[in-house]
Structures are given as structure tokens and as C-alpha cells.
Ligand binder design. Structure first.
Ligand code: ATP
Ligand code: MG
Length: 268
């Protein structure tokens, strides 16, 4: 066990805080999905969210993508509030422009790939860098080729998504997210829609990215051996709160909470 285990994460070397949820509440009708949720993720860390179906894992990622807005509380990415702006010492709801700027730091890969079906692979990857970041076409294509090499799909850059397997499509989606050079990569059960024989290839690509880049990862997965490999920290959710967190060796082998033991008993 390292000497700094008991220090707050912010005090860890290089552990600048990148994401902060501060008393975030999200309700759907009468159902409170996130209940004054607090958690932080330090820059460069790989954090996995686990918890029962319906516990709010996807909701957390969708809040970070600004596909949803919190009912209460604040979310910070780096120094900026995600859905609020500071004006005259007060926090007010952020305008679209502010939200777009902060969101540029965040990339997401979805369970269902969500590639643009009418665009070839290369253009799927260059589209946002050109239109959102204002990159020139040549620079965007060079970046896209580098990423296709990283995900092992150089031979497929001229195909349409429907001409690819699910695993290949998901690797394009990973390259597409990385093309924006986000500080944070959100991964929501990215292998759960794949045929079993395609899962390993996608997880290998993600392991590579975790090992060779300094990107911060926030990952929801049911692939517990993958979570164990890549995670610095695992957060166990239940009933809208983090009930337990810690390094994977601890959470997966010696959890504190009965609820965590039950959950792991069902999925491991
Ligand atoms: N747009 C919505 N409208 C109403 N209820 C919603 C909406 N999105 C999510 N919910 C509810 O919020 C709860 C949390 O959903 P969420 O998708 O975050 O769970 P999850 O932890 O990702 O579950 P799973 O492991 O099954 O993916 C669920 O009870 C779900 O039914
Ligand atoms: Mg989910």
C-alpha cells in the first residue's frame, strides 16, 4: 500500500482535480436518481463506476456530456462549471456558448456506437475536429489516420459504418472521441452491445489508450477484469450515492459494504 493512500486525492502527486460533482441531484419525476452526489476525479486517473442497473451510472455520464442538466448542485470540469457561469461573484445557469466550450474537454463513447451512417470512417473522425475545433481538413485527416492506426483500422478508412463489424465500429467511435483531444473520455458499457468474440479487441484498444496516454477515463463497465486492469479507483453506486470507493484490489477482493459484496457476487 502506498504511503499516500490516506491523503485526499487532491494531495496526491500530479493529482489535480479534473471533475467535481458537488451535491448533484437529478430527478426524473418523483424518482430521485442522484441524491446530493459528491465525487471527484483527478486528472489522468482511470475511474470505473459500478453498481446495480438503474443506480444512475449512465445518468452521471449524460450529465457530464450536458445531455442532461442537474436539478441541484454543480459539476466542475477543470476550473469551469459545466452548467453554470460565475458572474459578479454569483453562479448563474450557463449559456449555450459556455457549455459548448467546457464540453470540448469531454469525449464519450456509447454502447451503441452512434457513428454517422452516411459518412465514411475517415470523415466520421474528421467531422467534429473540422466543424467544432476549426481544424483544417489536412490536419484533421492526419490526426484521424494516426488514430485509425492506434485502433488498428487503417485498412478500413474508406468504408461506411455498415460495412464494419460491431467491434470495428466501436473502435472507430473510440478514435472519433479521441480526435477531439478531450481531457476526459467517458465510456458507457462500450462492449455490451458486441458479440462476445469482438469484446477483447475493443478492450485491448482501451487498455492501450489507458497505458499510453494521459487521458482521464470515467468508465462504466460490467467487464470486471478489465475494470481491475485499468482502474486507479472504483466507485460503487447505490441509490444515487457513492457508497464505497477505493483501488480495485480493495473493492473487488475486500469490500466494506454488504451491498458491494452482493453486487460483486452477482456479476463476478
Ligand atoms: N430520460 C429519463 N426519463 C425518466 N427516467 C429516466 C431517464 N433516464 C434514466 N431514467 C431512470 O433513472 C434511473 C437511472 O438510470 P441510468 O440509466 O442512469 O442507470 P444505470 O445505472 O446506467 O443502469 P444500467 O446499468 O441498467 O445501464 C433508472 O431508474 C432509469 O429508469
Ligand atoms: Mg447505464
Amino acid at each position: 500500500m502506498s504511503a499516500d493512500t490516506h491523503l485526499p486525492k487532491d494531495a496526491a502527486p500530479g493529482g489535480t482535480e479534473l471533475i467535481r460533482f458537488d451535491r448533484v441531484t437529478k430527478r426524473f419525476g418523483a424518482h430521485t436518481v442522484l441524491d446530493a452526489l459528491d465525487f471527484t476525479v483527478s486528472a489522468g486517473k482511470h475511474v470505473t463506476l459500478i453498481g446495480p442497473s438503474g443506480s444512475g451510472k449512465t445518468t452521471i455520464l449524460r450529465l457530464l456530456m450536458t445531455l442532461l442538466k442537474p436539478d441541484e448542485g454543480t459539476i466542475k470540469v477543470g476550473d469551469a462549471y459545466l452548467t453554470h457561469e460565475e458572474k459578479g461573484g454569483r453562479l448563474i445557469p450557463a449559456g449555450e456558448k459556455h457549455i459548448r466550450e467546457v464540453r470540448k474537454n469531454i469525449g464519450m463513447v456509447f454502447q451503441q456506437f452512434n457513428l454517422f451512417p452516411n459518412m465514411k470512417v475517415l470523415r466520421n473522425i474528421t467531422e467534429a475536429p473540422v466543424h467544432v475545433l476549426g481544424l483544417g481538413k489536412d490536419e484533421a485527416e492526419e490526426r484521424a489516420r494516426g488514430l485509425l492506426d492506434l485502433v488498428g483500422l487503417t485498412a478500413h478508412l474508406d468504408k461506411y459504418p455498415t460495412q464494419l463489424s460491431g467491434g470495428q465500429q466501436q473502435r472507430v467511435a473510440i478514435a472519433r472521441a479521441l480526435a477531439m483531444r478531450p481531457q476526459v473520455l467517458l465510456l458507457d458499457e462500450v462492449t455490451s452491445a458486441l458479440d462476445p468474440e469482438l469484446v477483447a479487441g475493443v478492450l485491448d484498444v482501451l487498455r492501450d489508450i489507458a497505458r499510453t496516454t494521459d487521458i482521464t477515463m470515467l468508465c462504466v463497465t460490467h467487464e470486471m477484469s478489465f475494470a481491475r486492469d485499468i482502474s486507479d479507483d472504483v466507485l460503487m453506486f447505490d441509490a444515487g450515492r457513492v457508497i464505497e470507493s477505493g483501488p480495485p484490489e480493495k473493492i473487488f477482493t475486500d469490500p466494506e459494504h454488504e451491498r458491494t459484496r452482493e453486487f460483486l457476487g452477482a456479476v463476478l
